[in-house]
Ligand binder design. Structure first.
Ligand code: FAD
Length: 384
């Protein structure tokens, strides 16, 4: 049995790993010649780390995961600590640690683990067809490939999604811009073993340690879509948006390299129930495109892959296996997208009174409520 995997991101690579475990041959097709991720890093929460372990890639997490042992919120304007607590109770409750990782390193290592030479780069799918015999992928270079079924992990701008759903989806602007990048760990910015977030005015600045002595940082600012800002204006833009903020934030802005800082207008897609059409399944962002507000987009792609493998372990009948996959995933992924959207609105001051109430809650937070929220999200995964 042969699967065509479209996209060599976290979704495509983890799907290939899961199918390989079931003895299914996979041909992987990736649109670009060289993968350049849109984000500098990402947090793979314990549910995602469990999936990486299950898929045989746990060593990548061990190598890339930063020492994130504490969590703190600080007032963005004064720098005062609002809450600070250990993540050990979370790790003990869910049985695995979270791993903030460099995104480029993660994708690169997943590709190397699979075998870079066997992936077909520069193959951009533009059309699909399927019949009783199987599926065909047509690429923009005029070539095509055939297989018994297809996993479309071609990301948020998926070409295959319209075929599966029967209609075009629209990306929804979430109302804020995110700048992200990497800097060397500097304790004048934040402790090197802590996820630190500065909040005020519906904005946030977040800093997480990743491997090799680096901080992953991101800045979020509620803004209209389509402003004329780019890498060349990043220091000035951030200095303006965070004028009057606490010294660690100013130190961070001074440390960033505009050349390697990404500026992203954050979007999601209204969740849908259909993830599969006959022998073609959507997986990862093509199936559920979320704002990054609970750090679960990549984790849920990993979960999709694990469940896909479990479904093929139960039956090698393609249609049944893919239908089972859809049934087992659609509620979970919808829930995560909507949870992230809700968190997004509170964090980014959609209703400033609600955001202010959250800031007040943070000042009384012992850690228990935040850990409970994280634990619930993690526990909803397939390897809980
Ligand atoms: P992608 O990573 O987009 O990969 C899709 C691949 O398909 C790409 O390589 C692309 O080149 C290829 N492709 C596209 N079109 C075609 C085509 N037509 N033909 C062939 N190939 C194609 N998630 C977390 O879990 N934790 C986090 O902390 C986190 N933080 C985030 C921060 C930001 C700012 C953003 C934007 C996202 C964040 N996410 C996070 C979400 C996470 O990045 C995505 O959910 C994840 O990358 C999805 O993986 P994917 O493989 O489905 O899609």
């Amino acid at each position: 049995m042969k699967a065509l995997i479209i996209g060599a991101g976290i979704g495509g690579m983890s799907a290939a790993a899961a199918l390989k475990q079931q003895g299914i041959e996979c041909d992987i097709f990736e649109a670009v010649k060289e993968i350049k991720p849109v984000g500098a890093a990402l947090s793979i929460w314990s549910n995602g780390v469990k999936c990486m372990n299950h898929l045989g890639m746990g060593h990548i997490m061990d190598q890339l995961g930063g020492p994130m042992h504490y969590l703190a919120y600080q007032d963005g304007l004064t720098g005062t600590v609002m809450t600070q607590f250990s993540l050990t109770p979370l790790v003990e409750a869910v049985g695995e640690r979270p791993c903030p990782v460099s995104r480029a390193d993660l994708q690169s290592q997943m590709i190397d683990w699979w075998g870079r030479d066997t992936i077909q780069f520069g193959k951009r799918i533009e059309k699909v067809a399927q019949d009783d015999a199987g599926v065909t992928a047509y690429f923009t270079d005029g070539t095509h490939a055939t297989g018994d079924f297809m996993i479309a992990a071609d990301g948020t701008h998926s070409k295959v999604r319209t075929h599966v759903l029967g209609y075009e989806t629209e990306r929804r602007y979430a109302g804020y811009v995110n700048w992200n990048g990497l800097v060397n760990i500097d304790e004048d910015i934040a402790p090197g073993n802590q996820w630190t977030t500065f909040v005020a005015e519906g904005k946030r600045v977040s800093i997480m340690p990743i491997a090799e002595g680096r901080f992953y940082f991101f800045f979020d600012v509620p803004l209209p879509k389509g402003l004329a800002e780019d890498r060349s204006t990043v220091i000035k833009d951030l200095s303006d948006y965070f004028k009057g903020w606490a010294q660690p934030v100013q130190t961070l802005i001074a440390a960033i390299d505009p050349e390697t800082t990404n500026r992203i207008e954050i979007h999601d897609i209204e969740p849908f129930d259909t993830l599969v059409k006959d022998k073609i399944a959507l997986l990862g962002d093509s199936a559920h495109s979320t704002t990054p507000d609970i750090g679960q987009g990549g984790c849920s792609a990993l979960e999709d892959a694990v469940v896909l493998g479990q479904c093929f372990a139960e039956t090698q009948d393609i249609t049944n296996a893919l239908k089972n996959y859809e049934e087992k995933r659609r509620f979970r992924v919808k829930d995560l997208v909507l949870k992230a959207r809700k968190r997004c609105d509170v964090t980014h001051g959609k209703d400033m009174q609600e955001t202010q109430a959250w800031y007040n809650e943070l000042r009384h937070e012992t850690g228990d409520n935040i850990i409970e929220g994280l634990r619930n999200t993690i526990a909803g995964g397939p390897l809980a």
